[in-house]
Design a protein around this ligand. Structure first.
Ligand code: PMT
Length: 400
């Protein structure tokens, strides 16, 4: 999976440095060429020799070393990296990058690189919750830097809360998701739906739900990155259009139905991550409904079930649905697979912390026809999107 990939690890000074040593070993075992940059304080926790031995490469630390190589180090390291992972990322390095400071080798390489940069923060809970650190995280996220964690739990300083380095498998999944595309979806056309629908009540009010669109946009972005031609049909969200994706915006379930049916005959795969309103108000008032002394009753009609209709019309397409459940997840999921004629259902219990609506992560079970169920661990939505696409490819190679 990682063969031929150049991964640069930036190690900064925190107790979680010892876990970065294991990550170095895992990346190397996966076939990556790993280069390590250590800050001075990182070297106070673990000797550079450890990383040199595990990576099989010399460890870089000083910006202005006596000339050992002809090439300018920070430019060379920045240019050859497919991915730069800062692990652990202290409040100090986050602050420096957010503030545009490049005063040592690591911060200079981060400034000079054009590859994706993944920060894996780890620090004391109060440092993490400090508004300055929170502001820096927001700045960095807005600038397109990527994050894994931090996780929650008992910290080395004895405190409890957010600030632990993310688990290594979470970091590995994120690394895989951020590495350049395998191109394995080239030649395939994929329709993804995302976000909520809005069903108008009057000119100022509507019925909707809590979908942010993150899950569907992650799927569309991941599929485009892997070479698919992607159409994303989205309800209202605040998200950026993923690179390389053809966008269609809709508001109501009826509008989503029409767009989806128009594209359906031309696509190979449909993934329905949208949270479509099951009901819409029977009457849409042309004027704002005025408050009176009486209660207001809004009578609703059923919306068309888009996915069930796709299941009826399905010919050569692979059909993937989502299910947002709050109880009896597996029973409900099996029923949806049967009733909607699906090849795969991604079922999430939206009551779990870190799952479902609005979160950056999700916890799902993959449910197949014939009652087979594959539970997945909590995953970042981008990593999960890649996992779902891997499953879709497997299904297609088995003729589904
Ligand atoms: O957008 P996020 O904030 O990232 O949140 C992600 C999510 C929770 C929205 C996503 O993970 C998810 O679960 N999406 C499906 C939500 C949903 O509508 O579940 P459902 O069980 O009600 O519907 C089952 C399937 O039928 C879904 O694929 C849905 O798109 C489809 N459907 C439902 C009703 C309808 N009228 N037409 C449909 O096509």
């Amino acid at each position: 999976m990682l063969a031929g990939k150049n991964i640069t690890l930036g190690i900064t000074g925190g107790i979680a440095v010892y876990k970065a040593a294991q990550l170095t070993s895992n990346l190397k075992a996966g076939g990556a060429d790993v280069r390590v940059i250590m800050t001075r304080s990182a070297s106070a926790f673990v000797s550079p020799l450890t990383f040199q031995t595990l990576s099989g490469n010399r460890v870089y630390s000083e910006l202005f070393e006596p000339v050992m190589e002809w090439k300018v180090q920070h430019i060379e390291l920045a240019a050859i990296s497919d991915l730069l992972v800062v692990v652990p990322a202290t409040a100090n390095i986050l602050g420096k990058v957010a503030g545009g400071i490049a005063d040592d080798l690591l911060s200079t390489v981060i400034m000079a690189t054009t590859c994706p940069v993944l920060f894996c923060p780890a620090m004391n809970v109060h440092m993490y919750q400090n508004p300055v650190v929170q502001r820096n995280l927001t700045v960095l996220k807005d600038l397109g830097y990527h994050f894994a964690g931090p996780g929650k739990g008992r910290l080395a300083c004895g405190a409890e809360g957010p600030g632990r380095l993310a688990e290594l498998d979470v970091i590995m999944e994120k690394i895989q998701a951020l590495l350049p595309s395998k191109g394995d979806l080239r030649g395939l056309s994929i329709l993804v739906t995302a976000g909520p629908t809005r069903e108008p009540i009057d000119p100022v009010r509507y019925l909707t739900n809590r979908s942010s669109g993150k899950m569907g946009y992650a799927l569309a972005g991941a599929a485009a990155k892997r070479g698919a031609s992607v159409i994303l049909i989205s309800g209202p969200t605040n998200l950026q259009v993923p690179h390389g994706v053809e966008m269609r915006y809709v508001e109501t379930a009826a509008e989503m139905f029409n767009e989806v049916m128009e594209y359906f005959p031309r696509v190979d795969i449909v993934i329905k991550a949208a949270a479509v309103a099951d009901y819409k108000p029977r009457e849409v008032s042309g004027q704002k409904i005025k408050k009176t002394g009486a209660n207001l009753v809004i009578e609703c009609d059923k919306n068309p079930d888009i996915l069930a209709e796709l299941g009826r019309r399905k010919a050569h397409q692979t059909l993937v649905g989502f299910a947002a459940e709050t109880s009896n997840l597996e029973d409900n999921a099996h029923q949806k697979v049967r009733n909607k004629n699906l090849d795969l259902l991604v079922a999430n219990d939206v009551t779990l912390p870190g799952a479902g609506f609005e979160a950056d992560t999700n916890i799902v079970k993959l449910v197949y026809p014939g009652q087979y169920v594959l539970p997945l661990p909590i995953m970042d939505k981008t990593a999960l999107a890649h996992r779902i696409l891997d499953e879709v490819l497997k299904l297609r190679s088995n003729g589904q």
